[in-house]
Design a binder for this molecule. Structure first.
Ligand code: SAH
Ligand code: SF4
Length: 422
């Protein structure tokens, strides 16, 4: 009988992409993926530690596998990713002796060997991968790690220095995913727009080159990327963004704070004005582009007035959406202790979320009446280039992956309503 693998993924898109490649290591060795833990022969927990809560969730998930392992002693538990890197194999195996393998985020490429060690070696069989289907939207990692040192952030310590993957590898993965049904590729990296690859011939492949080449692959309707950093935008990128409609009209550009003093304390490397200037350049290149962002509230020392600068940035930048996080102290970062009481932190988070909701509503409404290209994800809905979900009236039953034109007729909660044109 075919052996089965169950994967549990926490955290960001990068982890989702890693889980996929870990899954492939197993599939090449004859495994099948399963959604059910019960029927699995191996379980992979891909962990996150960006905030303490994420780490706590990962740790309690590992704890819950004790029972599974008791019921199936021949089953294997792999704990991988960022929290595995931070906590270390010794700690995890001491606390959870039933864990068979701990592989930190920096050693993800040792998964193949670990699978061989536990399930018998042998060369991988790529044929199994060729028959796999891809979702409409597929992640492709272009950069691993991060070489910035934002004061609050654990990523550089658990994922290491930034490394750009060779363009041929990235393009081959994107092409394979397009051939398997992905109409949209999302290029990933922590500061993805700093991508720059020196070729052996002495040339350089820039971020804009990489986007352009990905967009030119057969079957690709759209290319997105996550997350760029305000420090690394180039004129070449803005030219491509303006001229190539396959580059999605959407930029997720984390700001973290609207206050210059806090931005400096966070070591983000830009000011509020410089952030706004980048947003203006994005809109100059593509007036219909949507921009979304991340905020951290309650950074140590953040005053009420400084917090209000984050609030006011929402309307001023016109961001369509934001992920907001309460500051979480990370021991591996430069980790200052929070100085705001939890209730106050939560109150700021709620105020920020309310402001975003208000602004998002206006932005969503401003799309009514427009003609949009919708990349269909399930039969009746998909995403516009600016990353709004659009639900089409009359249940047209379209093929996932098809690109259709729709007139936006209204909104429903956080989504657009549209009428199929062609
Ligand atoms: N490389 C990206 C962010 C990656 S981490 C960038 O620099 O833009 C994803 C998000 O988690 C960050 O944008 C930030 O908002 C949040 N985050 C990171 N560390 C955090 C911490 N210690 N506490 C709270 N939120 C944090
Ligand atoms: Fe963390 Fe800053 Fe790097 Fe983003 S850019 S991963 S926030 S250190």
């Amino acid at each position: 009988m075919t052996r089965k693998l169950h994967i549990i993924t926490f955290g960001c898109q990068m982890n989702e992409a890693d889980s996929e490649s870990i899954g492939n290591s197993f599939i090449k060795r004859g495994f099948e993926l399963t959604d059910s833990l019960k029927g699995a022969d191996a379980v992979v927990v891909n962990t996150c530690t960006v905030r303490q809560r994420a780490e706590d969730k990962a740790v309690s998930q590992i704890g819950r596998l004790r029972k599974w392992k008791l019921a199936r002693p021949e089953g294997r538990v792999f704990v991988v990713g960022c929290a595995a890197q931070k906590l270390g194999g010794k700690y995890i195996k001491n606390r959870f002796p039933f864990v068979d393998e701990v592989i930190g985020a920096k050693s993800i490429d040792t998964v193949d060997a670990a699978v061989d060690a536990h399930f018998g070696g042998g060369p991988g069989n790529d044929e199994a991968l060729k028959t796999m289907k891809s979702g409409v939207s597929a992640f492709v990692t272009a950069m691993r790690g991060c070489s910035l040192q934002c004061s609050y952030c654990v990523v550089p310590s658990v994922r290491g220095e930034a490394v750009c993957l060779p363009p041929e590898e990235i393009l081959a993965e994107a092409a394979a995913k397009a051939a398997a049904g992905a109409g949209e590729i999302i290029i990933l990296g922590q500061t993805v727009n700093s991508y720059s690859y020196r070729t052996p011939g002495g040339g350089t492949v820039s971020f804009a080159d990489l986007l352009e080449r990905t967009a030119a692959l057969p079957g690709i309707s759209r290319v997105r990327f996550m997350s760029p950093h305000p420090l690394f935008f180039s004129p070449g990128f803005f030219r491509l963004f303006r001229d190539n409609p396959k580059i999605a009209r959407y930029v997720h550009l984390p700001v973290q704070s609207g206050s210059d003093r806090i931005l400096k304390a966070m070591r983000r490397g830009y000011t509020r004005a410089q952030y706004l200037d980048i947003v203006a350049k994005i809109r100059e290149a593509a007036p219909d582009a949507a921009v979304s962002t991340d905020f951290i509230v309650g950074y140590p020392g953040e005053t009420e007035a400084e917090f209000r600068e984050s609030l006011s940035l929402i309307a001023e930048s016109g961001v369509s959406f934001a992920y907001c996080f309460k500051y979480s102290q990370r021991s591996d970062g430069q980790g200052l202790a929070p100085d705001l009481a939890e209730a106050e932190m939560k109150a700021r988070l709620d105020r920020l979320l309310a402001e975003i909701r208000k602004n998002s509503r206006d932005i969503l409404n401003s799309r009514i009446g427009r003609m949009e290209e919708v990349l269909i994800e399930d039969a009746d809905s998909g995403r516009t280039s600016a990353n709004f979900v659009a639900r089409l009236e009359g249940k047209p039953g379209l093929r996932p992956g098809s690109l259709v034109k729709a007139e936006i007729t209204g909104t429903h909660r956080n989504t657009l309503k549209g009428r199929l044109i062609s």
